[in-house]
Design a protein around this ligand. Structure first.
Ligand code: NAI
Length: 425
């Protein structure tokens, strides 16, 4: 081990001790993740960074991943159980995006590999779009724009309103909903919200007495709920009918939340003044596929191809957020916000050696871990344990010599059920 190096990696159970410096940790970044990710790794002292603009064909991926300690992907790279089986050295995977469906999360967990993502890096991007759409809808701009494009000219104030003094109803007052509320107040809107959880109001926003009251009061209603069984089609004929006549609906949450046929009917009847929809029950799989929707053709509807969170700034934020989580795990062992792993938030471990032990959550492993410490006569400075149904993650800070730590590590790696063992110096 290199005593001067602050860090040494991981290994599979039973292998010989191989501690090596941070400079030897290989980071494989695919699919052109933002350069902010590269900068974050470099700033943290990681120098071996292999960067690919595109995803790799599966054979190539298996070859490259076999050497990588940290793997960064976006949504195209499929990390199946088969591919992950080749990732023998990997300690962590970062999805530089929101979704993690492209990774077999169970297989990763059972390989002792936490997976991180960036669920909130594009919050601001969505919020800005929603505010812009609220203003556009209140002014009747979508239909005016459509008319001008075909040679029309209806210069009139009829049906055009300022946003100032109007009421915005936010359904789902989470990361995005709260940001929308703050921005809306900035332009003088009154903000009411509805959430299934009790939420702290930001600014002058007020919780509505219930969904119904929100719908009856709002000039613009915007949805920011997650996709859950309870939100599937939560916005249908009854909810739309409860909205004020001429009010507007914005949905940049999930396509399953709004009954699109009910919305189309309300637009056709004139009950709603307009809508802005970014997400759909069925979306094209790629840019080459045609977009089909009952909402096509309405002049007073803004349709966007699920780009609420798609900005270059959001990509840059994602680069920093995910790389920082990977660095933190690699340097410190913290798994906070891992999507498939027991979450442990750890303090620094100056003066101690930190041993990470990831094991199958089966009876007896922990007592054998403690036995190993007892047998080595090593003093424990701190111990942290989190489990989920599949995996246990125990972190132990010790004051021990290098030789003792090495022996301990071998003893831990030999315990039946061990998935990974790492020592951080
Ligand atoms: P979040 O989890 O921070 O907030 C969601 C809020 O909705 C929570 O406060 C929750 O308590 C509340 N909620 C859950 N069920 C509810 C119900 N039945 N009725 C009322 N409130 C309910 O999520 P975040 O980050 O604000 O995202 C919101 C939505 O935006 C998600 O569906 C997400 O997938 C979507 N999104 C869309 C993007 C786009 O490109 N259009 C980009 C980013 C997120």
């Amino acid at each position: 081990m290199c005593g001067s190096h602050p860090h040494s990696p991981f290994r599979q159970p039973m292998s010989k001790k191989t501690s090596f410096p941070k400079e030897d940790i290989r980071v494989l970044l695919l699919e052109g993740v933002s350069q902010t990710a590269v900068e974050t790794f470099k700033a943290a002292g990681y120098t071996q960074i292999e960067f690919h603009d595109k995803s790799l064909p599966e054979d190539e991926l298996k070859k490259r991943i076999a050497d990588a300690h940290i793997v960064g992907i976006r949504s195209r790279t499929q990390l199946t159980a088969d591919v992950l089986a080749q990732a023998r050295r990997a300690i962590a995977v970062g999805c530089f995006c929101i979704g993690t469906n492209q990774v077999d999360l169970d297989a990763a967990e059972l390989a002792g590999i936490p997976v991180f993502n960036a669920p909130y890096s594009n919050t601001r991007s969505v919020a800005e779009l929603v505010i812009a759409e609220a203003i556009m809808l209140l002014r009747g701009i979508p239909q005016k724009n459509a008319q001008c494009h075909v040679g029309g000219w209806s210069k009139s104030a009829a049906g055009s309103h300022e946003a100032r003094g109007k009421t915005l109803g936010i359904i789902g007052y989470g990361h995005i909903g709260t940001q929308v509320g703050v921005l809306a107040e900035g332009i003088g809107m009154n903000v009411v919200f509805h959430d299934i959880e009790t939420k702290l109001s930001l600014g002058n926003a007020r919780p509505a007495a219930g969904l119904r009251e929100l719908l009856e009061r709002s000039d613009v209603v915007t949805l920011h709920v997650p996709e859950t069984p309870a939100t599937k089609n939560m916005f249908g004929t009854a909810e739309i009918a409860a909205m004020k006549r001429g009010a507007h609906l914005i949905n940049a949450s999930r396509g399953s939340v709004v009954d699109i046929d009910a919305l189309a009917a309300a637009l056709r009847s004139g009950h709603l003044g307009g809508a802005a929809i970014d997400v759909f029950p069925v979306e094209p799989k790629g840019n080459a596929e045609s977009f089909e929707s009952p909402l096509r053709g309405f002049g007073n509807v803004i349709l966007t191809p699920h780009v609420g969170g798609s900005t270059l700034e959001a990509q840059d934020n994602i680069g920093v957020e995910v790389a920082a989580k990977l660095v933190r795990y690699s340097d410190n062992g913290s798994t906070l916000s891992a999507v498939n792993f027991p979450e442990v938030t750890l303090p620094g471990h100056e003066g101690s050696r930190r041993i990470l032990h990831i094991h199958r959550n089966v009876p007896g492993v922990l007592s054998r871990v403690n036995d190993a410490f007892r047998e080595q006569g090593i003093n424990i400075d701190g111990q942290y344990l989190r489990t989920d149904p599949k995996v246990g993650y125990v972190v132990i800070d010790v004051t021990a010599t290098e030789a003792q730590t090495s022996q301990l590590r071998d003893a831990l790696a030999a315990i039946d059920g061990t998935l990974r063992t790492r020592v951080l110096y």
